[in-house]
Ligand binder design. Structure first.
Ligand code: PMP
Length: 357
């Protein structure tokens, strides 16, 4: 219909997989439990809604491009200098910005696979070659990742806990790995799920990065802080890293409502972290119930569980959908299921029990 002459797009676009967002499903009688995107099951706190409503009065103006107040609030909360922080519209956008900081022909990025499905997309978009290192079982294979480093390696993503397996790397292993990474290679510790970690041997990247100028930490307001719909995330790294990331931001990317909601969320952090505690309790309940049903469930420090189902993955997702439960299937591999509120978790456990039989 368009004739012969067409705009010429980058060939890489044809081979790029589409990002498949988690979907919701609904039963005929209206039951719907969305456990497919690792969101918080709780709506925003009243104080956060109030801040958003108040902020709405100013949306005729552009947001503060430097997000100064939010940056200061994050710095105060985590005891890091403001110069070490760079914000973006969700941590996936910050990840994209990180790719932009290193992307040039020939550059390589190393990450485990399977891990967060945006990494290969962002690498392709930035023209960076992906070097995917298979998980060993459900865990990062840090030895293999270190061995994959070449003179072309510019960046390494370490997702801890890993999405979608929920597994995490302990301090000693991570330190030993970091010691093997050349100082001119940027290591990004993607800690999107950090607030759900209860195992004390899993290191806090914000302590680790301090004496390592090539290490930075990716965090988000989307999960524990419950602001997935507003899009705000950040990276903490040494001054040159944060400055480079700041240069790659699209002007005004972090909108005003996201900024005020994130500030209000930090102010209400105690309440939000209580909610995280209840998700963690539910995580334990769900995992134990699954194990009692006969499933193998890797230990998880995130707000989801991982079931390696192989060829049965899509059937499992379909069986859950019949009960109104949306999970996140990876065809031929397994399903990731977010921890929701108790009712949603019960619906999932009942679907899993029927499938197991
Ligand atoms: N990193 C990881 C490991 C994730 O799982 C996600 C969300 N699925 C993100 C980053 C991006 O989250 P957001 O852009 O909402 O901050």
């Amino acid at each position: 219909p368009y004739g012969v002459a067409m705009p010429r797009f980058r060939p890489i676009l044809d081979s790029m997989p589409a990002y498949k967002p988690g979907k919701a499903v609904m039963t005929a009688d209206g039951r719907s439990y969305k456990l497919s995107s690792n969101e918080s099951p709780y709506g925003p706190l009243p104080s956060v809604v109030e801040a958003i409503a108040e902020g709405a009065r100013q949306v005729n103006r552009y947001p503060d491009p430097g997000a100064v107040k939010l940056t200061e609030a994050i710095a105060a909360r985590f005891g890091v200098p403001v110069e070490h922080i760079a914000l973006g519209a969700g941590s996936v956008t910050v990840a994209q910005q990180l790719f932009e900081t290193v992307g040039e022909p020939g550059a390589e990025v190393i990450y485990a696979w399977r891990s967060f499905e945006a990494y290969p997309l962002l690498a392709d978009l930035a023209g960076v070659r992906s070097v995917q290192v298979p998980l060993a079982g459900e865990d990062h294979d840090l030895d293999a990742m270190a061995e994959a480093i070449t003179p072309e390696t510019r960046m390494i993503f370490v997702c801890n806990p890993n999405n979608p397996t929920g597994t995490s790397i302990r301090g000693q292993e991570l330190l030993a790995f970091l010691d093997r990474v050349p100082e001119d290679v940027l290591v990004v510790l993607d800690e999107a799920y950090r607030e759900y970690v209860r195992d004390e041997s899993v290191p806090d990247g914000l302590l680790l990065y301090r004496d390592r100028p090539n290490v930075c930490v990716l965090r988000t307001f989307s999960k524990a802080y419950g602001l997935a719909g507003l899009r705000v995330g950040y990276v903490v790294g040494h001054e040159p890293v944060a400055a480079a990331v700041r240069k790659t931001i699209i002007p005004f990317a972090v909108n005003h409502l996201a900024q005020v909601a994130a500030i209000a969320s930090l102010e209400a952090e105690d309440e939000l972290l209580e909610r995280v505690d209840s998700v963690v309790k539910e995580r334990t309940r769900v995992r134990e119930a699954l194990i009692a049903q006969g499933w193998t469930v890797p230990p998880t420090e995130a707000n989801f569980v991982w079931l390696r189902l192989g060829e049965r993955t899509m059937d499992f997702a379909a069986a859950c959908a019949v009960e109104g439960v949306a999970v996140r299937p990876f065809a031929g591999e397994g399903a990731r299921v977010s921890i929701g509120d108790p009712e949603a978790n019960d619906a999932f456990l009942s679907a899993a029990a029927s499938f197991a039989k």
